[in-house]
Design a protein. Structure first.
Length: 58
């Protein structure tokens, strides 16, 4: 079995890296004046996750 080349894995690594940054934004910073989505819906959906990851939200 041949090893996986860097050229084959790089696009997937970039894709998942961007996906993780978007997820981190929505869990960690999606509230208040910098909110992308108006209201508190996203904040309430990820509220417990914020506490588990140590983000302050109150």
């Amino acid at each position: 079995m041949a090893p996986i080349s860097l050229k084959a894995i790089a696009p997937w690594a970039v894709f998942f890296g961007i996906l993780m940054l978007i997820l981190l934004y929505f869990v960690g910073a999606e509230q208040g004046a910098t909110s992308v989505v108006s209201g508190t819906d996203v904040h309430e959906w990820v509220h417990d996750g914020r506490h588990l990851l140590g983000f302050p939200c109150h």
